[in-house]
Write a protein that binds this ligand. Structure first.
Ligand SMILES: [Zn+2]
Length: 151
């Protein structure tokens, strides 16, 4: 089913025009971000706004129709971060330089790994280059996002 334009707009506004997974700014992109189904449509997920999240193309692609991921620290399979009933800042933080997302909880670590938030599973480093540019533009990281505690 096609998601109506006003629903799309409400999803984008609610997300403050950030990817709800990696917090990339939508305005950095040439086209609007995608609407992600938290419970995938293939698993019976609805078009209800409570099942929708704004996702950049990168996250949407990596999320595909997965709903769980493995925490690399414990090898336990966990549900992916759910932006509708969990707070980003409870599960993730930026490194001091604002370039990498660090999972702060088992769900945060599992999601970070599945979505490859820092290109840790690829050597292209495109997302890090992009964040560097967004930092210079003053678009990044989002104002309320936490930074990693001193270790
Ligand atoms: Zn994203």
């Amino acid at each position: 089913m096609v998601i109506k334009n006003f629903v799309r707009l409400n999803v984008r506004k609610r997300a403050k025009y950030l990817c709800e997974y990696c917090h990339s700014p939508e305005r950095s992109n040439a086209t609007p971000f995608t609407i992600d189904h938290i419970i995938p449509q293939s698993l019976g997920g609805s078009d209800d706004i409570e099942n929708l999240a704004l996702a950049c193309h990168r996250c949407n692609q990596r999320r595909y129709n997965f709903t769980t991921a493995i925490d690399p620290e414990t090898q336990v399979e966990l549900p992916l971060f759910n932006p509708r009933n969990q707070n980003w800042s409870d599960h993730f933080a930026w490194t001091k330089n604002g370039l990498n997302i660090i999972g702060q909880t088992p769900i945060g670590r599992a999601t970070c790994d599945k979505f490859d938030f820092n290109d840790q599973n690829h050597d292209d480093g495109f997302i890090i280059n992009s964040r560097q540019l967004w930092l210079q533009a003053g678009w990044h990281p989002p104002i309320d996002d936490p930074y990693e505690e001193d270790g």
